[in-house]
Design a binder for this molecule. Structure first.
Ligand code: 13P
Ligand code: SF4
Length: 350
């Protein structure tokens, strides 16, 4: 039962001011600037969502790429895939709303099987996760018996169930380097596989990396030309990128890392300008949390992450539709859990 009563004007005003303190530094997804009027418009919704969270003992996990009004308006935890997977595992909540993409919510369900895990929009896929099935992995394993199967966390539960160990962009190099077998089947990111090959070579670690053919629709688009042009125009520029970018791009940037690591790098360095070769949500987060830094544009939008609206989050919490609820076969979930738990065992502790 939703016991939310229409908020009084003074509650709306206080909530609008709370929202404005974060949102004043960024633009709405529509390109509009946040101001007290636009914050007043969404305040009843954020108040209702925060009320529903308490009523249902729910927690909202938000990936850094989702809209800032979601992260700062209603999110309980914000961060990269690894951090959010840890939070899902530790969650004592009855309900987990995952404002990210579907594979992340599946991971949360695998790690917190007793919780009701919901997604605001069932269509929030991911070009990497959607590029390969468990059946495809089984075929690869037949071609390369004895190889260790490493799946990047951006994959479906049935791919995880077929894999030996999961990795995220924050631990992929250390985990792959430490595996006992030379031959690694890496799915689903072809470009990240290129970056792993290069890193293993640089570390003097002898690995044979065989990959499937997925790519991220956001990160595959950044180019060496874009970097050269930006460096010409902005002296002293620091460029950061995600390991889902091409090896050519990775070679030319100042820092390569997960979304969480990229944020830390920017916060801990002092440069006149930054170019973020990643999803624009990271620029929004940094503009809020470190407003003195200058970003020169050039980031790209992930259409799937941007499907997470406040209205859909409210609906998923108040009365989720069957499409919004994550359900997984029990045996598949157990097998997928083993592969994720192995990552927690092998990942370097921060
Ligand atoms: P992170 O694990 O670095 O947050 O990356 C997730 C992702 O989808 C990047 O495109
Ligand atoms: Fe998937 Fe790319 Fe979107 Fe990340 S940015 S969720 S890898 S499509």
């Amino acid at each position: 039962m939703n016991t939310f009563a229409q908020p009084a004007n003074d509650q709306i005003e206080a909530e609008a001011l709370r929202l404005l303190r974060s949102l004043m530094h960024v633009e709405c997804s529509t390109g509009r600037k946040w101001n007290i009027d636009t914050c007043r418009e969404i305040a009843p919704l954020t108040l209702e969502i925060n009320h529903l969270k308490q009523e249902k003992n729910a927690v909202i996990l938000t990936h850094s790429y989702v809209e800032p009004e979601v992260i700062y308006g209603v999110g309980d935890f914000k961060g990269d895939s690894y951090f959010l997977a840890e939070k899902a595992k530790q969650a004592k909540a009855d309900v987990i709303v995952f404002a990210g993409v579907v594979f992340m919510a599946e991971t949360a369900k695998i790690l917190s099987p007793d919780a009701l895990v919901v997604v605001p929009d069932r269509d929030s896929g991911c070009t990497l996760a959607d590029s390969i099935t468990g059946e495809d992995v089984r075929k690869m394993k037949q071609l390369y018996p004895g190889a260790t199967v490493v799946c990047y966390i951006n994959c479906t539960a049935d791919v995880k169930a077929e894999s030996d160990v999961c990795v995220t962009s924050s631990n992929v190099y250390d985990i792959v380097a430490g595996l006992p077998t030379k031959r690694i089947l890496f799915v689903p990111d072809r470009l990240m596989a290129d970056n792993i090959r290069k890193e293993m070579k640089d570390r003097g670690v002898d690995k044979e990396i065989i990959s499937s053919d997925g790519t991220c629709v956001v990160h595959e688009e950044f180019t060496a030309e874009q970097i050269a042009e930006a460096r010409r125009t902005f002296p002293g520029l620091k460029i950061v990128a995600h390991p889902e970018c091409t090896a050519e791009v990775a070679e030319l940037v100042d820092f390569l890392g997960s979304t969480g690591e990229m944020m830390k790098y920017v916060k801990n360095t002092d440069a006149p300008y930054y170019l973020m070769l990643t999803e624009c949500g990271l620029v929004s987060r940094l503009s809020i949390e470190d407003p003195d830094k200058n970003f020169i544009g050039g980031c790209r939008l992930c259409p799937y992450m941007k499907m997470n609206t406040l209205q859909k989050i409210r609906d998923a919490l108040a009365k989720p539709t069957p499409e919004q609820v994550i359900t997984l076969d029990e045996d598949l979930s157990h097998r997928a859990a083993r592969c994720i738990e192995r990552m927690f065992e092998l990942a370097p502790q921060n």
